[in-house]
Design a protein around this ligand. Structure first.
Ligand code: IVH
Length: 672
């Protein structure tokens, strides 16, 4: 039936184009046209079609972002042209000197420059052949990098293929190279570090390390879960920069569907360069990613070639680096702060010091072990670092300065309520064990009202202090029982601000179930876990009554998190609080629909499947109502085995469990 086969192929390709268009809208332009659920539906539809027509699956299909993984580490690849680094200018004078040298060497004063952000990530070269992504290679030592293609493919802002018509319009041949920066947005960086802390791993020091660490993971499905982004800033054809102007290269890359940072501009002289630097410095704190300076490039690629290189850096470009955001100051005292969970955080009280535009007078010391590691004493001079909107931290003691002598001892009693302080075995933190500690209440209210949680604007520190001190708010449910009368008894609150606050509180009642779950402040339940819980259970009732085992069926919920959630809801006081919240807040959400084809069936996955990663296969089985577990027992219904299956296959045979391949698994998940 060649006619039918052709139709299916055309249908599949049409669907892929539609999905690619939405990927581009969402991940590159940040302007989605359809809700996520609709996008998922399209993707599901494509997966089904491809499952039924395995012969039509192509590597550039949007379903193939998470595919095979590199087996023995990454292969080394030589770059078409070395990936160089940049010389730095640290102040206006150094920039002026560089710019003057460029003019002298060029023999003209009429030079155009392109100013770009210096994104704090890792550089990457993507080669395309016939319009399709062929390779993603790290910078490495500049001449030879590592082939991390399987991980690069998972990044949705990287196009897997570019239509011939688009390339033609952009006047770019089918074989080309795009170079740029892989970054991790600040929010995801924070989330990643939270996850790492939960797993008792050390935090990544900065987003660049996090991006580099992620891109070098040998498990593409892990990379796929992180929101790595690729911003293109070079276009090469035949190993040479293309076309004649760098500004045109940026425009072409954008037209080809790459993400190009919009914050770039043409400058015609050094004053315009300095003006861009000043503007960018003001934007810096508001950006959703880190930048550590500005890159300035000569616009003409011909002039670039003429200017050439010195050592490892081009003469035609320079990085203007922002002053490091650190400062040195003296520790005047060390005090502890009590958090929402009763955690005691030691904080260094500093002689105020200006760092990157703000005055810093406090810096966190995290916990007792960190104080020990730093060897910090009251009176010491220390280096303090401030990154983006993160809390400043003490990074080291200045050994060459006069040293302090007063050692800090963790208090045995809570500074807020005089309650007992304990440091449990195996834990890094000290905690106040008094359930009624006022600090816990204050912090939990502030947390609940925070922008990323219930978003009650105006519920800041001073207001919450008053509300708690006067006994107007004894738990989060009391927020919804505040009235104008009650609010007017507070200081500095007039009719208007009382009404504004009540409006804000009213608005917060519309927040979806996941935010409500997040707002309860259950230990280990962050934004992402709350989302998974809401999706899985669909209601607060189902969540409240879930067993530890049921909780563990939720994405990314392991025994520790499940235990913590279960414990929370087992506590009568918490249940009572949640019951009171019921009348005010959204207790139902959208449960992710699951099929029933595999209800009651248990699967074990082993080996590498030809087309699907383990995570993707797991998701498919679960979406069809099945369950995926780690080890084989007599109760296992199917073992899905791919290449190099290992000992699980022997075990399956021994127990007489059915062993199937990817194809049969696909038939089971979508029997139609
Ligand atoms: S151009 C030959 N442009 O900064 C020119 N680099 O210190 C080489 N970077 O290795 C790079 N944003 O990782 C260029 N807009 C940008 C950049 C950028 C960040 C990084 C890149 C490079 C390093 C050089």
């Amino acid at each position: 039936m060649p006619a039918k086969a052709h139709d299916t192929a055309a249908d599949i390709e049409k669907l892929r184009d539609e999905i690619r268009r939405h990927e581009h809208l969402y991940y590159v332009l940040d302007a989605p046209e359809i809700p996520d659920a609709e996008f998922d539906r399209l993707m599901q539809q494509l997966k089904k079609l491809e499952a039924a027509h395995a012969e039509l699956v192509t590597p550039d299909s949007p379903t193939q972002r998470v595919g095979g993984k590199p087996r023995e580490g990454f292969l080394k690849v030589e770059h078409s042209r070395p990936m160089l680094s940049l010389d730095n200018a640290y102040n206006e004078q150094e920039l002026r000197d560089w710019e003057r040298r460029v003019r002298e060497l060029a023999g003209t004063d009429k030079i155009d420059y392109v100013c770009e952000f210096k994104l704090d990530g890792m550089s990457m070269a993507l080669t395309y052949r016939g319009g399709k992504l062929e390779k993603g290679v790290t910078r490495g030592d500049g001449s030879v990098g590592e082939d991390v293609t399987s991980n690069v493919r998972t990044m949705r802002s990287v196009p897997l293929s570019i239509a011939a018509s688009v390339l033609k319009k952009a006047e770019v041949p089918q074989d080309f190279e795009a170079r740029g920066e892989v970054i991790i947005p600040a929010k995801d960086f924070e989330r990643m570090n939270e996850d790492r802390e939960r797993q008792n791993l050390s935090r990544f020091a900065n987003p660049r390390n996090a991006a580099a660490g992620t891109i070098r993971t040998l498990e593409p499905s892990i990379v796929a879960q992180r929101r790595l982004d690729f911003y293109a800033y070079f276009l090469l054809v035949g190993g040479r920069y293309y076309p004649e102007k760098h500004s045109d290269a940026l425009a072409a890359l954008k037209a080809m569907g790459f993400k190009v940072n919009p914050n770039h501009t043409l400058a015609h002289n050094v004053d315009e360069l300095l003006a861009f630097i000043a503007r960018s410095e003001q934007m810096r704190d508001k950006l959703p990613y880190e930048i550590d300076g500005i890159v300035i490039k000569v616009n003409s690629t011909r002039l670039q070639e003429r200017l050439g290189f010195t050592g490892k850096a081009p003469r035609w470009a320079i990085a203007y680096k922002y002053a490091a955001r650190s400062g040195v100051t003296q520790v005047e005292d060390i005090k502890v702060q009590v958090g929402r969970t009763g955690k005691l955080t030691p904080v260094a009280w500093l002689k105020p010091v200006p760092i990157g535009g703000t005055t810093v007078s406090r810096a966190t010391l995290h916990n007792e072990d960190e104080i020990e590691r730093l060897g910090v004493k009251i009176g010491d001079w220390v280096m303090v670092e401030r990154g983006g909107d993160v809390i400043p931290k003490v990074v080291k003691v200045m050994e060459d300065q006069p040293r302090g002598h007063k050692k800090f001892h963790f208090p045995e009693r809570c500074p807020e309520c005089d309650g007992h302080v304990v440091r449990a075995e195996g834990e890094a933190d000290h905690r106040c064990v008094n359930a009624n500690c006022p600090a816990k209440l204050r912090e939990s209210i502030l947390y609940f009202a925070a922008r990323s949680v219930m978003n009650i604007e105006g519920m800041g520190e001073s207001l919450v202090n008053q509300l708690c001190d006067r006994g107007l708010v004894k738990d989060i449910a009391d927020i919804y029982e505040l009235t104008e009368e009650k609010l007017l008894t507070l200081e500095r609150i007039g009719k208007k601000s009382a009404q504004n606050l009540l409006n804000e509180i009213e608005q917060s009642r519309k927040q979806p179930l996941e935010r409500v779950i997040y707002g309860l402040g259950i230990r280990f339940v962050g934004e992402r876990t709350a989302e998974f819980l809401a999706e899985h259970f669909g209601s607060m009732n189902a969540l409240m009554n879930a067993s530890v085992e049921e909780l563990q069926e939720v994405n990314e919920v392991g025994p520790r998190i499940a235990e913590s959630i279960h414990e929370f809801f087992a506590e009568p006081a918490n249940r009572k609080l949640v019951e009171r919240l019921r009348q005010y807040l959204n207790f139902t959400g959208k449960k992710k629909e699951r099929g029933t084809a595999l209800a009651g069936k248990t699967f074990v996955l082993t080996g590498t499947l030809p087309n699907y990663s383990r995570d993707a296969a797991k998701q498919m089985i679960e979406d069809a109502g099945g369950k995926v577990v780690g080890s084989i027992s007599k109760k296992t219904d199917y073992v899905v085995a791919g290449a190099d299956p290992g000992s699980k296959l022997d075990k399956a045979k021994e127990l007489g469990v059915a062993v199937i391949g990817e194809e049969e698994m696909l038939k089971l998940v979508s029997p139609t």
